[in-house]
Write a protein that binds this ligand. Structure first.
Ligand SMILES: *[C@@H]1O[C@H](CO)[C@@H](O)[C@H](O)[C@H]1NC(C)=O
Ligand SMILES: *[C@@H]1O[C@H](CO)[C@@H](O)[C@H](O)[C@H]1NC(C)=O
Length: 354
């Protein structure tokens, strides 16, 4: 008896393979795909406890104000928090300094962190426009200072690129380094990169080359993909540990809220955006203060093990309009020491040279 397959046998194997590949692909995709964000204020999401502004695209940004009322302020400062942080980061800016300099300090949750709506996908450019729109919704005036701390450095670079006319001055504090920035000597970048722990190197490479893998990579349990996530503290300098061990001071007032909407919309997307292709690099920027009406500063700890000093020192060397402050025994957290914080603010808001 003649037996006939519904279709010829030589097509069966490829068909089975195709189905199999499809199933594996789907399983892989499902585990690569992050769960949906738990949006603040939604039915099962965390509550909204802070004031927020609504942006023109409908997203909200949560903020926290410190210092004198906006109307009385002589200097308005927007502080941009780092990786795995939030508007509840707590710079030691005390009452004395606030009153003397008439400071108004605005902290906000970057997109996806704390109580600010996630923004996906997003770009380095969006970070500058988020800051500008936040400032304008609150009516803080045509110009303001920006302090970008650590990963908050890339939004600060973005401000220098996209909204220079809105800036009174900028302080990049232990600012983020992108190892694939254009126009840097290869040996410099490689030397700095190779000093990092091996797994961190791979995580950074993935952030740049394969961001779609980041969620899976960061949440797997086999190894710690970023050394700052492991509890062993080797990434902190001696002085950093003093800051972290100071019982009477916390670098973040509400740790529990940082990733409450999910790790993906907060820390993972921040990481992916930071390591995306920016479309520019710091070396291509121009001095926004041609008439010395403001100043740009980089603060860097020589003993910082998270952000290597070599790259930021090089930037300051190439861009003479940036004032470079290297703290000899400083690590990654010196801005949480009162005296450094005071120096940082004073140098930023100092009367412009004329
Ligand atoms: C974020 O901070 C929390 C609390 O300090 C910590 O448990 C977690 O490992 C951190 N995540 C990353 C990716 O660094
Ligand atoms: C600990 O923090 C408090 C409050 O900010 C500060 O006054 C004190 O000087 C700090 N102590 C050390 C050892 O840094």
């Amino acid at each position: 008896m003649d037996f006939e397959f519904p279709f010829p046998a030589d097509m069966l194997v490829p068909a089975l393979v195709a189905v199999l590949v499809g199933v594996i692909g789907m399983l892989a995709y499902m585990s690569l795909k992050p769960p949906p964000a738990k949006i603040c204020g939604s039915v099962n999401g965390p509550p909204i406890e802070s004031p927020r502004v609504r942006l023109s695209d409908g997203r909200h940004l949560a903020y926290r104000e410190v210092g004198v009322p906006r109307e009385e302020a002589r200097h308005k400062i927007v502080v941009v928090h780092g990786f795995n942080s939030s508007k509840d980061m707590n710079l030691p800016i005390d009452r004395e300094l606030i009153d003397e300099l008439k400071l108004y300090v605005l902290y906000y949750d970057r997109a996806g962190y704390g109580e600010s709506d996630p923004h996906s996908p997003r770009s380095v450019k969006d970070e500058a426009y988020d800051i500008q729109e936040l400032a304008d919704r609150l009516g803080i005036g045509p110009k303001f200072y920006v302090i970008g701390v650590s990963m908050g450095g890339y939004p600060a670079w973005s401000c220098l690129k996209y909204i220079p006319h809105r800036l009174s001055g900028v302080a990049l504090v232990v600012p983020f380094v992108h190892y694939w920035w254009p126009k840097f000597p290869r040996s410099l970048m490689q030397g700095a990169f190779m000093k990092l722990p091996l797994l961190d190197q791979w995580t950074f490479r993935l952030g740049y080359h394969a961001p779609w893998l980041i969620y899976r990579w960061m949440t797997q349990k086999l190894f710690t993909p970023l050394s700052i996530m492991s509890g062993d503290m080797t990434m902190f300098s001696r002085k950093d540990l003093d800051v972290l061990n100071n019982k009477s001071f916390s670098t973040n007032l509400r740790r529990d809220k940082v990733t409450q909407q999910g790790v993906y919309p907060s820390i993972h997307q921040d990481f992916i955006t930071a390591y995306s292709r920016w479309g520019f690099g710091p070396l291509e920027l121009e001095n926004p203060f041609q008439n010395h009406e403001g100043s740009v500063h980089i603060w860097q700890g020589y003993e910082d093990k998270i952000i290597p000093y070599e790259v930021n020192r090089y930037i300051a060397d190439k861009l003479p309009w940036i004032r470079y402050h290297e703290v000899p025994d400083g690590g990654h957290l010196f801005m949480y020491e009162r005296d450094f914080c005071v120096r940082l603010i004073r140098s930023l808001v100092a009367a412009p040279l004329s």
